[in-house]
Ligand binder design. Structure first.
Ligand SMILES: *[C@@H]1O[C@H](CO)[C@@H](O)[C@H](O)[C@H]1NC(C)=O
Ligand SMILES: *[C@@H]1O[C@H](CO)[C@@H](O)[C@H](O)[C@H]1NC(C)=O
Ligand SMILES: *[C@@H]1O[C@H](CO)[C@@H](O)[C@H](O)[C@H]1NC(C)=O
Ligand SMILES: *[C@@H]1O[C@H](CO)[C@@H](O)[C@H](O)[C@H]1NC(C)=O
Ligand SMILES: *[C@@H]1O[C@H](CO)[C@@H](O)[C@H](O)[C@H]1NC(C)=O
Length: 442
């Protein structure tokens, strides 16, 4: 009880700071895109309705959120070669210009400085359209924290899904990628096919002018690992719906087949962390033996930046559960089938992250979720500081809004040595749940 109260107080203080900063932000923003736009924002219309009711307005921006903003140029637009500016085509239709960095971590100055700034303007340029797209463009950046598997989804793929469903639920869209990297494109190319039939455009290397029916810039985020329902006449959004897009995309690529299932046993994917990265299971071999003894068919999975997601999807979608210590790789649980078992092992001080990232996801995907919170004696920090140190006894007191303490001590410095007997009890529960899922769904 005490602990949750403290977290709530922390959250409240954090929200208060955000609210104050936000109001400062709004006060300093004197240049409003349009009067009608401001009026609509004041009414907090849902974004899709906002666009539908634009009527004569050329540009509208929603900058009212703490974590993201987006702008929409509601005119046929042209993107000049080697440019980050979208201009209206033909005769000039107003006098406004908006600049925006399309990455949904608006509150992090340093991260945002890595993100290209995109300009939308109603000033037209005299250039012919060399490539005409009969769709709107959606521009977003794959800079920032992209490259970390959690952030790839949390700040990229999931907001992309939300944005498409919010702004363009009824039409196909051309994706225009700022801060493009070949790594990102080869990692997510297959998945993007689940979002749009149009070719993907690399903003950074164009040698032709491109024209679009309209342009949106920016990604909408609903918060850490969150998809809130979006009501519009065309689509309802949820993690389950997003996952069905994954299924469509990944059923169209050829993958290395996972090892054959052991007959009659539920398969669990064991997410393994190794090296000097923190949150490693020091007695992993012993724990894997226990997982096998509990009756599971165990597959060890050690993803890297270059893991081919078709292979990962095939393996995980074909399994009945996942087990792992809190960390970015657990984002692969997005590929588990609804109803699967998911055990998150939570090191000291990781509670808030564990809940707001992967427990959230587990709820959204209807997993049978189990959480194994380690005790101080199972933490490698006990060896460094001693069992009675405040770092072990009261992590919340140390963390208290101090990200650097959380990061250096509890995320990077801490490994775990699981209590074999306690962990076995969780495995028994997990096994009976996974077995039921196997019986029901195969
Ligand atoms: C694109 O523009 C940048 C600077 O604006 C310039 O350095 C670069 O050479 C240009 N590239 C091409 C292909 O025109
Ligand atoms: C465009 O707007 C700016 C500021 O609102 C103003 O100073 C400028 O004169 C306007 N230009 C035209 C051509 O209307
Ligand atoms: C731009 O980059 C994409 C992706 O790497 C590539 O397919 C395309 O050919 C490049 N275009 C030009 C004009 O270089
Ligand atoms: C995912 O699992 C379901 C249920 O077992 C199966 O029907 C489907 O083909 C699998 N998808 C892929 C891409 O393998
Ligand atoms: C945050 O934690 C770090 C690491 O424990 C510590 O060095 C620093 O003084 C703390 N900062 C504040 C403001 O408490």
């Amino acid at each position: 009880m005490k602990r949750t109260l403290r977290i709530e107080i922390l959250c409240f203080v954090f929200m208060l700071i955000v609210a104050v900063q936000l109001s400062l932000l709004l006060i300093t923003r004197v240049t409003s895109p349009t009067n009608q736009g401001q009026e609509l924002l004041g009414k907090k219309a849902k974004s899709w309705e906002l666009i539908q009711s634009l009527q004569g307005e050329a540009i509208i921006c929603d900058r009212s959120h703490d974590n993201y903003e987006w702008c929409f140029l509601n005119r046929p637009s042209i993107l000049d070669k080697n440019s980050t500016t979208f201009s209206t085509i033909g005769s000039q239709s107003g006098n406004s210009t908006e600049k925006i960095r399309p990455y949904p971590r608006k509150w992090e100055k340093l991260t945002m400085s890595l993100v290209s700034e995109i300009t939308l303007t109603t000033w037209s340029i005299e250039k012919p359209c060399e490539i005409y797209h009969e769709t709107p463009a959606l521009v977003f950046s794959v800079s920032g924290y992209t490259g970390n598997f959690f952030h790839d989804f949390n700040d990229g793929i999931i907001p992309l899904y939300i944005t498409l469903n919010t702004l363009f639920p009824d039409q196909d869209v051309t994706l225009v990628i700022a801060d493009f990297t070949n790594w990102w494109y080869s990692k997510y190319e297959v998945l993007l096919r689940g979002f749009t039939k149009q070719p993907v455009i690399n903003l950074n290397n164009q040698t032709s002018t491109h024209c679009f029916t309209s342009v949106a810039v920016g990604l909408i985020s609903h918060g850490p690992m969150t998809i809130k329902p979006i009501q519009n006449p065309y689509k309802k959004s949820s993690f389950l719906d997003l996952r069905s897009l994954f299924e469509i995309a990944y059923s169209k690529c050829s993958a290395t087949l996972p090892p054959p299932l052991e007959a009659g046993k539920p398969r669990i994917v064991f997410m393994s962390r190794t090296g000097n990265v923190g949150r490693v299971i020091l007695n992993q071999d012993q724990i894997i033996e226990a997982v096998k003894k509990a009756g599971f068919d165990v597959v060890l999975f050690q993803p890297t930046k270059f893991t081919y997601l078709c292979d990962a999807y095939r393996l995980i979608n074909g399994s009945h559960g996942m087990i792992g210590v809190h960390g970015a790789a657990l984002t692969h649980s997005l590929f588990l089938r609804p109803g699967s078992v998911f055990i998150q092992i939570v090191p000291l001080g990781n509670d808030w992250l564990a809940d707001s990232y992967f427990k959230n996801l587990a709820t959204g995907l209807r997993f049978q979720y189990l959480e194994y919170k380690i005790r101080p004696e199972e933490s490698s920090l006990a060896k460094i500081y001693g069992l009675n140190h405040v770092i072990l006894r009261n992590p919340n007191l140390i963390i208290r809004g101090n990200w650097s303490a959380l990061d250096t001590i509890y995320l990077k410095k801490q490994d775990v040595n699981l209590d074999f007997n306690r962990f076995r009890m969780y495995l028994e529960i997990a096994f009976s749940k996974a077995n039921m899922f196997l019986d029901k769904r195969g």
